[in-house]
Ligand binder design. Structure first.
Ligand SMILES: C[S@@+](CC[C@H](N)C(=O)[O-])C[C@H]1O[C@@H](n2cnc3c(N)ncnc32)[C@H](O)[C@@H]1O
Length: 196
């Protein structure tokens, strides 16, 4: 899609000192406690707020984002690497399985729907058989108000910061993701048989 070429995905990342709210949900906290020895893959790690939190909780973590992101948050990337975290830019690890994956506020910033799906399918392929994905995406209320001035593109909007955004309500998220256990901000649901 031509309009998607204008997007600079890394611009969507902002500095946060706290992990995404989903990581504090009681169901997710339970999973993290039960999964103490699991390895973790974070996709679209941005300023590393989740990866640094999980590293601090003792997880072995690999953070994936796009090239150039570490220049936006140099202190955080240095601290993460020094603490034993692994960073991969522009690619997912090959031939490696993870106990769980975290992806917060990423899929709705990817302009091409096919790219979103490909990313999620690759993430699914990087999970162990009983692996799970912790996923957050912005809901309709977040996006309509914040981006009322956006320019229509793909199935969402371009913003003045050259980012893309669309919202996902719960059924949309489930019907576009065919991944196994998905934990969203509000619920945990099994979606193995959803169509892509
Ligand atoms: C809105 S930010 C969210 C960052 C972080 N997850 C958070 O919650 O603060 C979206 C992030 O996804 C990254 N991203 C977009 N497309 C990606 C892709 N195909 N692979 C890896 N990262 C991607 C962007 O570079 C950006 O850092």
């Amino acid at each position: 899609m031509a309009c998607c070429k204008r997007v600079i995905p890394q611009n969507a990342a902002r500095m946060f000192s706290r992990p995404a709210p989903i990581l504090k949900k009681s169901r997710v906290q339970e999973l993290l406690i039960q999964g103490k020895n699991r390895t973790c893959l974070e996709i679209g790690a941005g300023c590393l707020r989740n990866s640094l939190f999980l590293l601090g909780e003792g997880f072995k973590i690999t953070a994936v984002d796009l090239p150039g992101i570490e220049e936006r948050f140099p202190k955080q990337y240095r601290r993460f690497s020094k603490g034993g975290g692994r960073v991969l830019l522009g690619k997912l690890p090959k031939n490696e399985k993870f106990g769980f994956a975290v992806c917060t506020f990423v899929i709705e910033t990817i302009c091409e729907p096919a790219k979103r799906l490909r990313l999620l399918k690759n993430v699914a392929g990087s999970l162990s058989r009983d692996g799970f994905l912790i996923l957050s995406a912005r809901g309709p209320a977040d996006v309509v108000t914040a981006y009322a001035d956006g320019i229509k593109c793909s199935d969402g909007f371009l913003t003045p910061q050259r980012t893309f955004v669309r919202s996902y309500d719960r059924p949309q998220a489930y019907s576009s993701i065919a991944l196994g256990w998905i934990f969203t901000d509000r619920i945990a649901a099994q979606a193995w048989n959803q169509k892509a």
